[in-house]
Design a protein around this ligand. Structure first.
Ligand code: ADP
Ligand code: MG
Length: 141
């Protein structure tokens, strides 16, 4: 699971995410870090589909956390895009939702709340590769 990957389309990013689900279990936290449009939501969608989520996963405007029911565990999708800082996240009570006993948590723009993430958080960095519009470098650590 750890390492550097190159994907050449949104579908390849979703496919990579679906492979990841095999190594992930309840209580795991996955932090997605990278600029707008680098594939964080695409990754989350691929992950959700692979664990059996029926609903479509998006980027809701007013919601910080969305919960989706998979076949054997839930997915908690947190998007920190609209947060100014970690204090704001703590003030609205987000901290208690980071680790979930019955599910996996995927956090977009996780760099904003990095200081309160568990030590064993799986970090995934997304970057554009400028020789092709549809290429992304995805580094898992
Ligand atoms: P983020 O959540 O990081 O802002 P999104 O997943 O919402 O990004 O959007 C990624 C955008 O980049 C989509 O428009 C998608 O079609 C496009 N795209 C192009 N190539 C890739 C790729 N290799 N992986 C993921 N998305 C890609
Ligand atoms: Mg997104």
């Amino acid at each position: 699971m750890f390492g550097r990957y190159i994907t050449k389309s949104p579908d390849e990013t979703k496919e990579l995410a679906s492979k990841f689900t095999k190594d992930i279990s309840q209580r795991d936290v996955i932090a997605l870090i990278g600029d707008l449009g680098t594939g964080k939501t695409a990754f989350t969608q691929g992950f959700a589909k692979a664990i059996g989520v029926q609903e479509s996963v998006g980027s809701p405007t007013f919601k910080l956390i969305s919960e989706y029911q998979g076949v054997s565990f839930s997915l908690y999708h947190i998007d920190c895009y609209r947060l100014k800082n970690v204090q704001q996240f703590i003030n609205i009570g987000g901290e208690e939702y980071i680790v979930s006993a019955n599910g996996v948590t995927i956090i977009e723009w996780a760099d904003i709340i990095e200081e309160i993430l568990p030590d064993d958080t799986i970090k995934i960095h997304f970057k554009r590769i400028f020789d092709d519009l549809n290429h992304r470098e995805i580094i898992v650590s």
